[in-house]
Design a binder for this molecule. Structure first.
Ligand SMILES: [Zn+2]
Length: 247
């Protein structure tokens, strides 16, 4: 019976590649063109923020594998990981997901995220999605970070604390803004509504894209003030060139 229903569903709602729109053999699958367009991140990378290095020791030191920005200005979060580089391909994936994406894509995204940081997930107690302000949530209908967190939790069995961290003010769109103005925009934007759900716990903050880290830093600051033991960040993609940080 299930087979008949899924066959009918495929007729009405045929499986297409989330990136190219080409027909694929099953829901949540990608076309070969999409696979070659996406850039998956790998070692060697900054042990703090996950920024890929061109070659081992590219940080200038064999001993400390942190990138120059992390050494100069350590982030408030303890580390960041992402499976994909933020580029033209992953950008259209994220935009499609944000604005009316199909729910089956999120399971694939969560699978990539889970593979990108098994060590971070193994030591985590709870997943905390980066919140949207209610007004933006109202307009968009769902919070893509919460969808990612829930999909990840289905794989790993972690709890998701969706109401622990809330957004107090609707920050303007961060697109096209410098790191400095992003930091200004998000200063004071977040607060911990349920301290008891983060206190003495190891948290993984979930978001779709890491650009300058301003949002993640603002969230991590509040979570640590509320007593979180550690705050790691996991995103679907991350900017790998500073010239892309204003996307
Ligand atoms: Zn780094």
């Amino acid at each position: 019976m299930d087979r008949i229903w899924s066959g009918l569903a495929d007729l009405i709602w045929p499986p297409v590649c989330p990136l190219t729109g080409a027909r694929v053999s099953g829901h949540g699958l990608f076309s070969p063109t999409a696979w070659s367009a996406l850039t998956f991140l790998d070692e060697p990378a900054c042990h703090v923020c996950g920024l890929p290095f061109a070659y081992p020791g590219a940080s200038g030191s064999e001993a400390v594998h942190a990138c120059a920005p992390c050494l100069a200005r350590p982030p408030r979060y303890d580390g960041a990981r992402a499976p994909l580089a933020y580029d033209a391909a992953s950008r259209s994936l994220v935009l499609g997901f944000k604005h009316g994406g199909r729910p089956e894509w999120v399971d694939r995204f969560a699978a990539w995220m889970a593979m990108s940081a098994p060590d971070v997930l193994a030591q985590a107690d709870v997943l905390v999605p980066v919140p949207l302000h209610w007004r933006r949530l109202w307009a968009r209908r769902y919070n893509q970070s919460l969808l990612l967190a829930r999909a990840l939790a289905r794989r790993t069995g972690h709890a998701v604390e969706a109401d622990a961290l809330l957004r107090r003010k609707p920050t303007p769109s961060q697109a096209g803004q410098s790191a400095r103005s992003r930091r200004r925009n998000v200063a004071g934007a977040f607060f911990v509504a349920k301290p008891e759900s983060v206190r003495d716990r190891r948290l993984v903050l979930i978001d779709d894209v890491l650009t300058t880290g301003a949002t993640a830093n603002a969230c991590a600051r509040q979570l640590k003030r509320a007593g979180a033991k550690s705050v790691y960040l996991m995103t679907l993609c991350r900017v790998v060139r500073t010239s892309d940080a204003t996307i």
